[in-house]
Design a protein around this ligand. Structure first.
Ligand code: CTP
Length: 401
């Protein structure tokens, strides 16, 4: 998909530089010509030989190569001929230099001279990322028209947990592809999406919930937004960054999620229910913390509203309704029943018995079943790719309305 595209890949001195090797490989596989520019510190993390071999071109680290007299203008010519300069990972130091026009390495000099668009993928420790200096420098870069790919939340090399992880190379590749060839098959559509778990209060300090992290739902929301859809994301409590460019409705319980869906359903052209809704909630919520007394504690539970079933009752003929079925056994049989009972057009079957599928993993493997009897498999892939696969499958059905 990137044939005839020339990409300059800037690599800076972050531990995440190891991911650059995979990124070079993916870019080459997609057909791009790649020229790697490394800062001197980056070469301490990854040998230029590795990236140069994968890129099939010599890695450039300095503006003044010792044995290449007359070639010192390369930083100018590269920035003129490239289609895109991607800096991944970009350290706080390099971001600061770019913001203020420093050009003390081949990479920063090329960036300053570049006429091509620039994409920056920050990677650093959480506190460095959140520091006002870095935030301001990133704003300055946005002001230059640079595209910033937000780092991810998760375990960091320091041992801390927070925002600052370089996204997986496959996500950076997708961002590059989306930037160079923006695909907008969902323009004119309005997606109503439920994501994450719900929490059902037992007392002021305890609740019933499940292991859903919201990853799959958020990936769907971001992709639909990038593909031009208006998105309303109704989300239970998750630890993911709030996605930009969409309406986000934060809820806690199934009852609240049901109300939010009822409120937004009429304007949606399609709905995808990726939330893992608690099926039962305590019949009464204790006002005070329940004290530990007897050996056994019996909680009376009451069914929560079936949000998707309710949406199915109100579904307009031109709306497409898609559910997820989370199953541990006889996945497709159970899913088919849900498809009919909830008046859905499609159901995405998530079989938890398959390794790498379902909760708490970065990957998933699903089968989409249609009311018309169709069956479409999406093999094991990261959740962002599965999200794109599900939406790509739905596009022709949306267009048919
Ligand atoms: N769902 C919903 N409201 C609920 C329960 C489920 O909207 N109270 C939605 C889910 O978001 C999903 C689909 O219904 O899209 C199927 O959810 P799942 O948990 O697999 O099935 P249930 O209907 O809860 O049935 P069971 O728990 O018996 O498998």
């Amino acid at each position: 998909m990137l044939h005839d595209v020339f990409i300059l890949l800037g690599v800076t001195g972050s531990i995440a530089a190891y991911k650059s090797a995979e990124l070079v490989r993916l870019l080459r596989k997609a057909g791009a010509r790649v020229q790697v520019l490394m800062t001197p510190d980056a070469t301490r993390f990854v040998p230029p030989l590795t990236l140069g071999t994968l890129a099939e071109s010599e890695v450039l680290t300095t503006v003044f190569p010792e044995n290449e007299a007359g070639s010192w203008t390369k930083h100018i010519t590269l920035g003129l001929s490239a289609d895109l300069l991607v800096i991944a990972p970009a350290t706080a130091q390099t971001i600061a230099k770019l913001a203020h026009g420093f050009c003390d390495s081949m990479l920063t000099a090329t960036a300053l001279a570049a006429r091509c668009p620039v994409m920056v993928c920050p990677a650093m420790d959480h506190d460095m990322y959140e520091h006002p200096a870095t935030r301001r420098n990133l704003e300055i870069l946005r002001g230059y028209g640079y595209t910033i790919i937000e780092p991810e939340h998760g375990a960091l090399a320091s041992g801390l947990v927070g925002k600052g992880r370089l996204p997986e190379p496959v996500h950076i590749l997708e961002a590059i592809q989306a930037f160079l060839h923006p695909e907008k098959p969902l323009v004119g559509e309005h997606l109503l999406l439920t994501a994450g778990p719900t929490r059902e209060a037992i007392d002021p300090v305890r609740y019933i919930s499940n292991h859903s992290t919201g990853t799959m739902g958020y990936a769907l929301a971001r992709t639909a937004r990038d593909w031009g859809a208006e998105v309303t994301l109704v989300t239970g409590p998750v630890a993911l960054p709030r996605p930009a460019g969409m309406r986000v409705v934060e809820v806690t319980s199934a009852e609240e999620m049901n109300q939010a869906v009822q409120a937004h359903l009429p304007v949606a052209t399609f709905m995808v229910a990726a939330a893992a809704v608690a099926d039962y909630a305590p019949a009464t919520v204790s006002v005070q913390k329940i004290k530990k007394k007897d050996e056994d504690l019996h909680l009376a539970l009451r069914k929560t509203p079936d949000i998707l079933y309710n949406a199915g009752l109100k579904k307009q003929p031109d709306q497409i309704l898609v559910g997820f079925a989370l199953e541990t056994n006889d996945a497709e049989t159970h899913a088919e029943r849900k498809l009919l009972r909830k008046n859905l057009d499609f159901i995405v079957v998530n079989d938890l018995s398959i390794p790498g599928a379902g909760f708490g993993t970065d990957t998933n493997q699903v089968v989409i079943l249609g009311r018309d009897g169709c069956r479409h498999e999406l093999p094991l892939a990261d959740k962002q790719s599965i999200a794109a696969g599900v939406l790509r499958f739905l596009v022709p059905f949306l267009g048919r309305r």
